[in-house]
Write a protein that binds this ligand. Structure first.
Ligand code: GAP
Length: 488
């Protein structure tokens, strides 16, 4: 990519981060103490947007599919869970430091970035060869050769510009802590690095108590924690984040069919939320995780390039089998249709709520120039917008505030709306644009005569006259999740 395009993209990300902070979406955590790297807090509009995204995902899974049910398992789990899942032994990233800048990097990320440069320069084969070579060395855990590969490829530290690298070491990403009040009685437990294991260990509980028949799914939304070596790109890579995962339990031998069905459904879901075709793509994994026999990422074109938003993994029976082995408790299902006991195979859809939030924000952020005038607005799908409508009396007198407040009081039970009377109507429109409110409802003198208001549309800025009695129906039609669901 040309330098000027790169600069433009990094400026765009900076603008989005600044906008998110200034207008109450995302703040750095504990900012008064200079923040904590890779940890963020969601402000008043951010939490509304995130809740809408989570609710939409939850309902797409559990309401639209009568064979998917929900779960809310604990963050802390028995430590053996993580031994069985492979996280204690394999949840590692190769870490390397530059001796001159003292900056720490993930060796695989540096090599992937190099491959991306080759690809952008049209050297697709060279990029593939480099990734394949890296994959082999990572599998063989040959870190000395991996370091040589970095040096031979001329990979240097972006800060110092040198290739003065330390040895590459494996670094486990799980956070650990102690449970128990007395040190002799305490034992090490982990903050879960994925929500999926809470689903696996509850597989039989859910199957029996909700009387589920294979194929069926369990969906969960919850916090996950990873001690990421390199925390960059705002809320893209965090140390504390939220996952939305669904494990779909299927009959062995049918997993590839379900894998491709779920991949299609999930891509459609993103498009239904307004992500344009050209900004979303699938990326099949060359190197599979220890538990998968097929995997792909759904990637979005962020200002810093195409990156993973969601993973679709065919996890075989790896997890249930491992839990059966470690717990010595059978994790089998009796399938009456084939008259057989088996350990189901699993298709997983796994998306980070924060990454989905960032994608939604990047996709919505719009800078518009019309003649001399410029404006910034967030063109969220109305179903996702933090605030659905602002009720605005044209002036603070002549009974307009009372009339506007009556509309507000009537509609607040069904929609997240706000009432605002300070500043000129133009300024109030601009403020609503900045937080992505799709509709501004202005109450003027004509309202007092004929019970009509103007609706001003965020994206087109067009205005239309509407009867107050029609407002509820208009907002419902535009903001209902049904508008999204029908496209999936
Ligand atoms: N259970 C499978 C699993 O956890 P993953 O690809 O490691 O797979 C799934 O993570 C999703 O979780 C990713 O696609 C991403 O959206 C999100 N995610 C992973 N690590 C993250 C991090 N450090 N910060 C924010 N989101 C993250």
């Amino acid at each position: 990519m040309a330098k000027s395009a790169q600069l433009q993209e990094s400026n765009l990300l900076k603008d989005i981060i600044a906008h998110a902070k200034e207008y109450g979406f995302v703040y750095p955590s504990s900012e008064i103490y200079d923040g904590l790297q890779a940890v963020y807090d969601y402000g008043p509009y951010g939490v509304e947007l995130k809740n809408n995204l989570k609710r939409l995902w939850w309902e797409s899974m559990t309401r639209l599919n009568d064979n998917i049910v929900g779960l809310d398992s604990a963050i802390f789990m028995h430590p053996t869970t993580w031994k069985a899942s492979g996280h204690v032994d394999s949840f590692n990233d190769p870490m390397v430091d530059n001796k001159d800048s003292k900056k720490r990097y993930r060796a695989d990320v540096l090599i992937e970035e190099k491959a991306a440069q080759y690809e952008q320069a049209g050297e697709v084969e060279r990029a593939k060869e480099l990734l394949a070579a890296m994959g082999k060395l990572l599998d063989a855990e040959d870190f000395a050769a991996l370091r040589d590969l970095m040096i031979n490829e001329g990979i240097t530290c972006p800060l110092s510009g040198t290739a003065n690298w330390t040895e590459i070491r494996q670094f486990n990403l799980m956070f650990s802590t102690q449970v128990g009040s007395v040190s002799e009685d305490s034992s090490t437990i982990y903050l879960r690095p994925e929500t999926a294991q809470g689903i696996f260990v509850n597989f039989l509980n859910v199957q029996k108590t909700a009387r589920m028949k294979v194929p069926f799914g369990i969906a969960q939304i919850g916090k996950a924690f990873r001690n990421e070596i390199v925390a960059r790109q705002f809320i893209f890579r965090m140390r504390e984040f939220e996952q939305m995962e669904m494990q779909y339990f299927v009959r062995p031998g049918t997993e590839m069919e379900w894998y491709s069905r779920w991949a299609d459904t999930r891509v459609k879901w993103h498009k239904a939320l307004g992500i344009p075709e050209e900004k979303i793509r699938r990326h099949d994994h060359d190197k599979l995780a220890h538990y998968a026999n097929a995997a792909l990422d759904i990637e979005y074109q962020f200002p810093f390039g195409f990156k993973e938003v969601e993973g679709i993994h065919s996890r075989t029976d790896f997890d249930l089998k491992a839990h059966q082995e470690y717990s010595k408790k059978k994790q089998q299902y009796f399938d009456p249709e084939v008259n057989q006991n088996y350990i189901p195979y699993v298709i997983e859809t796994s998306i980070g709520a924060d990454r989905l939030f960032l994608m939604t924000l990047c996709n919505a952020y719009t800078e518009e120039q019309t003649g001399e005038k410029s404006r910034v607005y967030l063109k969220f799908h109305p179903a996702l917008a933090p605030v659905k409508a602002a009720i605005l009396p044209l002036t603070k007198k002549d009974g307009l505030p009372e009339k506007a407040k009556a509309i507000f009081e009537d509609m607040k039970y069904d929609f997240n709306i706000i009432y605002e009377e300070a500043a000129s109507i133009g300024k109030r429109y601009a403020r609503q644009d900045l937080i992505g409110t799709p509709f501004c409802i202005a109450v003027d003198h004509q309202t007092l005569e004929d019970d009509t208001v103007t609706i001003r549309h965020r994206d087109s800025t067009e205005q239309e006259r509407v009867a107050i009695s029609d407002l509820h129906g208009r907002l419902s039609a535009a903001c209902s999740y049904r508008t999204v669901f029908e496209k999936i």
